[in-house]
Design a protein around this ligand. Structure first.
Ligand SMILES: Nc1ncnc2c1ncn2[C@@H]1O[C@H](COP(=O)(O)OP(=O)(O)OP(=O)(O)O)[C@@H](O)[C@H]1O
Ligand SMILES: [Mg+2]
Ligand SMILES: [Zn+2]
Length: 547
């Protein structure tokens, strides 16, 4: 440290001294200001909320507001002896008790019960601030109960706790309860930026964002981390420096991992994991960081932003528009499950590997399929205007097959059905995810204004039945005409009694029964296979289905 004067940590240096400077707690601060202004201050308050969000700070401001020589006033002067002593915790009339280190009934007697009847020594009120109140013993709570019920009129109690559920109901019901909230990452980042400016500290905005997130809503933690970062980075706080200080993955490592995952590139993923391990990354850390990044992408993708979210950095090489929300949600679930599994397993690396490589397998990219189907619909079926690209693809497909292209089957084309079903899946997905999954495994058969959807699993069928009204309405609006919808349960599309040619919606794991225990290798020259590949992309794989 350059200066020889005692260094005051940022959290103490920037502790707010009036209600107006308290960040992110407008309800609590506003209510107390009004109470003071209208002289309706309760005799006991219970402040609840996570750590480091201003409970003790606000308790002291309230004490000042009540005891300020100019008061009582919602805007204490901060200068008078009462205000000054409260700020330095040396006021005789404002007693702060840390219940964590004074849990017993004797402490309560000594500090509170024996003194509560005495008049304040100088100021208007005697104020007891009991921090970490949930730590008091049962006997201590009991001893407090009576005083709390009918305190002398000059007394105000402020109990603060991070664990509201541990406060006995008998105590809670005698207090007016104020909830303190975690402070948003944006507000934390702004506050950090202000403090850095006041301190003449150079800090990259990205570095402050990393700190703001790591602080998980606590301003004390955020300021503490900024303190640490200042020493760690030697006065120019960089994002990389902060990440290193926190033991995080390097930004590039994280970006490459995410990129490999989102592109479903198993080889690149294996390579990036190897590097991360070489750099000494902990599996739990990798999982947490990936989860937080994928969560950002997911929220952005589905348009669910909370407030003005800190801008996220999409990993290099990842085209966010190409990733479906289904896939992102699938990855999130995998990562989440892996994190809880870590607590019980004894091989964190195995858990991480299984989660990441397992994530490559799933997540229905329904949107992607719909887009492809729509492109196909526009470009094929003898309806003119084929795109150059699809013509070229068609030509390539035909050049390597001896058979002519299959004739146009005429209306209704199975492609229409598949497309309609896929669009229906996408249409219900945003508000009925499980219904959309049920539909994704079903078969649609249309004829004229009639539409049948056949489900192979009774569970899916039941779910669809419960939502028949919604389905009928959506399908009519998708088809652009009234459609009469019938839902059926069948044993599988291939066993459909009718002679029609039903199509399964595209799904990575088709539930079509395969009676042959060892199916033949897929024939990539089969025109049907070619068409499927052209429409859905990906590669062919034989899956044995255990009966
Ligand atoms: N809402 C806030 N506005 C401004 N600064 C805050 C706020 N909350 C916390 N701080 C900063 O964090 C420090 C600690 O806050 P405070 O002691 O009030 O937290 P707390 O809620 O009582 O936490 P704990 O439950 O851990 O006791 C303060 O000195 C201040 O610098
Ligand atoms: Mg506190
Ligand atoms: Zn004052």
């Amino acid at each position: 440290m350059k200066s020889s004067e005692a260094y005051l940590v940022l959290a103490r240096k920037y502790r707010p001294s009036d209600f107006g400077s308290v960040l992110g707690q407008p309800q609590a601060a506003g209510l107390l200001q009004n109470a003071v202004a209208q002289k309706r201050v309760a005799h006991a308050y219970l402040f609840t909320g996570p750590r480091g969000v201003g409970k003790t700070t606000v308790a002291r401001i309230l004490a000042k507001a009540l005891n300020c020589a100019q008061g009582p006033t919602p805007e204490p002067c901060g200068q008078c002896p009462s205000c000054a002593e409260i700020a330095s915790s040396s006021s005789l009339d404002v007693l702060e008790m840390d219940a964590a280190s004074h849990t017993g009934v004797d402490n309560i007697r000594e500090v509170i019960i024996d003194t509560v009847r005495l008049l304040p020594s100088r100021d208007r009120h005697k104020i007891f601030i009991i921090d970490e109140a949930h730590m008091l013993s049962q006997a201590a709570f009991n001893a407090l109960l009576k005083t709390l019920e009918e305190p002398p009129s000059h007394v105000v109690f402020i109990l603060a706790t991070t664990e509201a559920s541990k406060i006995p109901a008998t105590i809670g019901s005698r207090c007016q309860r104020l909830r303190f909230k975690p402070i948003s990452p944006e507000a934390l980042a702004r506050c950090l930026s202000d403090v850095a400016k006041k301190e003449g500290l150079k800090a990259e905005p990205a570095a402050l964002s990393v700190i703001a997130r790591a602080a998980e809503g606590s301003l004390r933690d955020a300021l503490g981390l900024l303190d640490q970062a200042r020493s760690f980075c030697e006065d120019a706080v960089s994002a990389d420096g902060v990440r290193e200080m926190m033991g995080y993955l390097g930004h590039e490592t994280l970006a490459s991992l995410a990129s490999a995952l989102l592109k479903r590139d198993a080889r690149a993923l294996a390579e990036q994991l190897r590097r991360a391990y070489e750099d000494g990354a902990e599996p739990a850390q990798v999982l947490r960081e990936l989860r937080s990044l994928v969560e950002d992408l997911y929220l952005q993708k589905i348009g669910a932003k909370y407030g003005d979210t800190i801008p996220i950095s999409v990993p290099a090489g990842v085209e966010i528009s190409m990733v479906s929300p289904y896939f992102l949600a699938f990855i999130l679930r995998k990562l989440n499950a892996a994190l809880s599994e870590l607590r019980f397993g004894d091989s964190p690396r195995l858990v991480l590997d299984l989660a990441l490589f397992g994530a490559l397998e799933g997540g229905l990219d329904v949107e992607g399929w719909v887009a492809r189907l729509e492109a196909l619909e526009k470009g094929s079926g003898g309806r003119g205007q084929e795109s150059e690209e699809s013509k070229a693809e068609e030509a390539a497909a035909q050049s390597s097959t001896l058979q002519p292209p299959p004739p146009d089957p005429g209306p209704p084309t199975p492609g229409d059905e598949a497309s309609l079903l896929a669009r229906l899946v996408a249409a219900v997905a945003p508000d009925k995810a499980s219904l959309s999954h049920a539909l994704a495994g079903a078969t649609m058969i249309t004829r004229g204004g009639d539409c049948r959807i056949v489900f192979s699993r009774s569970f899916d069928f039941e779910q669809a039945k419960r939502n028949q009204g919604i389905l009928a309405e959506r399908i009519s609006s998708l088809a652009g005409r009234p459609v009469s919808l019938t839902l059926e349960q069948g044993r599988g599309p291939m066993e459909s009694k009718t002679g029609e040619a039903p199509r399964h919606t595209p799904a990575p794991s088709s539930s079509a029964p395969s009676p042959d225990p060892s199916p033949p290798a897929p024939d990539v020259n089969d025109p049907a296979m070619k068409e499927a590949l052209r429409v859905f992309g990906g590669s062919l794989k034989v899956t044995k289905k255990s009966s």
